[in-house]
Design a protein around this ligand. Structure first.
Ligand code: APR
Ligand code: PHB
Length: 390
């Protein structure tokens, strides 16, 4: 089989890239090991930056985000006894949108149905070949057991942190950087109206907590827990008690309303960057190239920014410009490192640290960020979104 671009992975990065390429008239085949139902049910973060919405507008999905999502002007930052609102619109003229990544994936799936994009789900044994030459190919076994080879002009590795693309790039050299954290997030989804209008990021001596949401009747909340925590150690009552305490129940009469928990899981935290994000005709995008801890919700936004840079480069390559794509990795990495720093900074500012000196520094930093316009604007600019191209 022959196509122009093989996209490995049908997460948000792969599906959006395939959409942006399809709109440019580029022939695409998407390969995914999981089922469509599995891919569309995964629960992930839910904040879209301003520039992500612009990219989704270009992909024809902006209207549905505006219709079903909620615009947030900012976030609350708090520590015991104090809660401060940072208004991003006032500070940097940009808002963010609350819209679940699960929905982004579903909407992209619908757009592909309408466009007739070739997406093969439940494939196995995906292997990449000849990425250093001008005719790379990918072999895979489809769900009927048939082994197929797709030849292309380029391959996009959008297969997340455990897919085959990253190791192929790493085999040719390059560098990786990693930071692990000794805590995880315990995340819950609950059928209860959020107890806040905008997200609350809470520093607390017991550990960090975050109050987010998915809709007017569904809340999403997180607790910092030690790395290696088993979900069975946390009963629903224990979770709500800890959330109430850390989120400041009782302060100025504020209360957290508990409700039925419909999903709970423990999410490990790490930062990881690999460079370059390219080897020959293989280009990495999204989690295949970098992982950020979830504080600040940059994972999806970074994946979107990558593919927004990659799509025009691959379209030019497919149109016969052999130099297209030369600058992709360098351009993408500028934003990757900015978001890697921001995610690390938010994480280390807000999570419980056993060192008392560090805790005082965290509180001082929070006080500065919430009282100085310059400090607040720095956080707002990074949170609400930097331009796609830095
Ligand atoms: N062949 C084909 N597909 C594969 C393979 C393979 N060998 N291995 C993995 N995949 C698929 C996974 O099943 C998954 O659906 O690649 C997809 C990668 O999707 P994501 O992990 O969602 O990564 P990405 O699309 O880069 O999205 C980034 O997801 O993890 C969050 O925080 C992250 O929000 C960010 C977003
Ligand atoms: C979420 O809603 O899941 C979410 C929001 C903000 C974050 C992380 C996760 O920083």
């Amino acid at each position: 089989m022959r196509t122009q671009v093989v996209v490995v992975g049908a997460g948000p990065a792969g599906l959006l890239l395939a959409r942006l390429l399809g709109q440019r008239g580029v022939d695409v085949v998407v390969l995914e090991t999981r089922s469509r139902e599995y891919v569309e049910a995964r629960i992930r973060a839910g904040i879209l930056e301003h520039s992500t919405l612009e990219v989704l507008d270009g992909a024809g999905l902006g209207d549905v985000v505006r219709r079903d999502g909620a615009e947030h002007r900012g976030v609350y930052l708090q520590w015991p006894g104090e809660r401060h609102h940072l208004d991003f619109v006032d500070l940097v003229g940009r808002s963010v949108w609350l819209y679940g990544q699960t929905e982004v994936t579903r909407q992209l799936g619908l757009a592909h149905d309408a466009a007739g994009t070739q997406i093969a789900y439940e494939v196995a044994d995906v292997e990449l070949h000849d990425v250093d030459g001008e005719r790379p190919s990918v072999t895979y076994t489809d769900r009927d057991g048939v082994r197929t080879r797709v030849e292309a002009v380029a391959v996009a590795g959008c297969d997340g942190s455990f897919g085959p693309s990253r190791p192929v790039v790493a085999d040719a050299g390059g560098e990786t950087w990693e930071r692990t954290y000794d805590y995880s997030w315990l995340g819950i989804l609950a059928d209860v109206a959020p107890s806040t209008d905008e997200l609350i990021y809470a520093w607390h001596d017991d550990g960090f907590a975050l109050h987010s949401m998915r809709s007017a009747s569904v809340s999403r909340l997180y607790l910092q827990v030690p790395a290696g925590t088993e979900i069975g150690q946390w009963s629903d009552d224990r979770i709500w008690d800890a959330l109430s305490t850390r989120l400041g129940a009782g302060i100025d009469g504020w209360q957290l309303t508990p409700g039925p928990i419909t999903e709970k899981s423990v999410l490990p935290m790490r930062s990881h960057v690999c460079a370059p994000m390219r080897r020959g005709r293989l280009f990495l995008a999204g989690d295949a190239a970098h992982i950020v801890p979830p504080t600040g919700a940059k994972g999806l936004n970074l994946a979107v920014a990558d593919v927004a840079l990659l799509a025009p480069a691959l379209a030019d390559l497919a149109a016969g410009d052999p130099a297209a794509g030369e600058r992709y990795s360098e351009r993408a990495l500028r934003r990757v490192w900015r978001c890697t720093h921001f995610s690390w900074w938010m994480t280390t500012m807000l999570h419980r640290d056993d060192d008392p000196f560090t805790r005082q520094l965290q509180l001082s930093q929070l006080q500065w960020v919430t009282s100085s316009r310059a400090g607040a604007a720095g956080l707002a600019e990074n949170y609400a979104g930097l331009p796609i191209s830095l």
